[in-house]
Design a protein around this ligand. Structure first.
Ligand SMILES: Cc1ncc(COP(=O)(O)O)c(C=O)c1O
Length: 381
């Protein structure tokens, strides 16, 4: 069995999550909108899961809008807000996930001004650039989206600070917390944002379910219209079993957070000390980062080739962005940080999880040394 070290791409579903879901794929198959007993059972299950997710992220149940995942929740915020607001400035960081970048870019056709806020060499947002992005005299600020933690580098942004600036300009503030949820403490209210995206499959829940947490004073235009489920913001019969799994996974992620963070941080330190001895360039080492994520390059070694070599050796890691694996373009995030295209092309990411252990890290380091020797010999030939 290969060793899985790609938890930022997705995570294995836990037994307790599956056990929670199974009854709703069998006898509890009702439609939550039905008036009869079958409907009531399903409705209660969705209601309960909504409370669990709300408790895990520090918001009210009524603020949880279930979607098909993080990508849809990001689209719902950007396109949903644009459906109500007059065109103005939309500001996003230069290292956002494609599910923010693409809908934001699509607004240009409707007369919006898209402003990308720069990051420094460590991948941290330039707060003064954020301020200037929101001060365009010709275009009023309307929307800002800055991710809480980056999927590649793991860098954690000061989202509360950006939210403060955004609110002072009367604009709407969103954060993509897909990678932060379950890895660092997360509280919707203390972040001070208007909306926040989360996803179940990054916290050992099922794929195909996520949520937009939203301040109910915000008027959003739904992406999917129909029966009016999810407060009219996301029509369609609910994926009850997946939503139930999300609720269980959310509570488990919240309850184990401290132990999890201590565990993966300790493994990460061991890994990074070995990587440093091997001459790796470690990205964003000087910034606050997720406890489980290491992102690095070896000069002259292609990241995609190294991932394939490590796969052959029995280790699953990622090159560049996990969602764009297979792409040969250098990572946009690293380019935005000013990393040279050659070094960026070499980037590989190890993201640890609750199931990772000392032997995984030690065996990975041994296999990596062997892979680097092979690749250097091949390059020399
Ligand atoms: C930061 C970030 N946002 C959004 C997403 C998309 O989430 P989903 O896979 O649930 O659509 C991902 C997935 O990798 C992500 O890392």
């Amino acid at each position: 069995m290969p060793v899985y070290l790609d938890y930022n791409a997705t995570s294995p579903m836990e037994t307790e999550v599956l056990d929670g879901m199974l009854p709703y794929l069998r006898t509890g198959f009702g439609n939550p909108s039905s008036l009869h007993a079958f409907g009531r059972v399903a409705r209660e299950a969705v209601h309960n899961a909504r409370s669990q997710v709300a408790e895990a992220v520090g918001c009210q149940s009524s603020q949880v809008i279930f979607t098909s995942g993080g990508s849809e929740a990001n689209n719902l915020f950007i396109k949903g807000a644009a459906g109500y607001l007059k065109p103005g400035t939309i500001a996003i960081s230069s290292i956002e996930h494609p599910s923010i970048v693409k809908p934001a870019a699509s607004l240009i056709r409707a007369g919006w001004l898209l402003r990308k806020i720069s990051v420094d060499a460590e991948g941290l947002l330039d707060i003064s650039d954020a301020e200037s992005a929101l001060s365009s005299p010709s275009s009023p600020s309307c929307m800002v989206s800055v991710m809480l933690a980056n999927n590649e580098t793991g860098v954690i942004q000061d989202v509360s600070k950006v939210a403060e600036i955004t609110r002072s300009r009367g604009a709407w503030m969103h954060t993509d917390a897909v990678q932060a949820f379950g890895k660092i403490p997360l509280n919707f209210h203390s972040l001070g944002v208007h909306a926040m995206t989360i996803s179940a499959h990054k916290i050992c829940g099922p794929k195909g379910v996520g949520a937009l947490i939203v301040d109910k004073r915000l008027a959003l235009m739904p992406l999917v219209e129909g029966g009016g489920q999810e407060s009219g913001l996301r029509s369609g019969t609910e994926n009850v079993a997946a939503i139930v799994g999300f609720g269980v996974a959310a509570m488990r992620a919240k309850n184990r957070l401290l132990n999890y963070a201590r565990h993966v941080e300790c493994l990460k330190k061991k890994l990074e000390s070995a990587l440093q001895d091997m001459g790796a360039v470690l990205f964003s080492r000087g910034a606050p980062r997720l406890p489980n994520t290491s992102y690095f390059s070896f000069a002259g070694i292609d990241g995609g080739t190294l991932v394939i070599e490590m796969d052959r050796a029995g280790f699953a890691i990622a090159s560049g962005s996990a969602c764009a694996s297979g792409a040969t373009d250098p990572s946009e995030t690293l380019l935005a940080m000013g990393v040279s295209p050659d070094l960026a092309r070499g980037a590989v990411r190890v993201s640890l999880g609750a199931e990772s252990d000392d032997s995984h890290v030690a065996d990975f380091v041994t296999a990596l040394k062997a892979a680097l020797r092979r690749l250097s010999t091949m390059a020399a030939v």
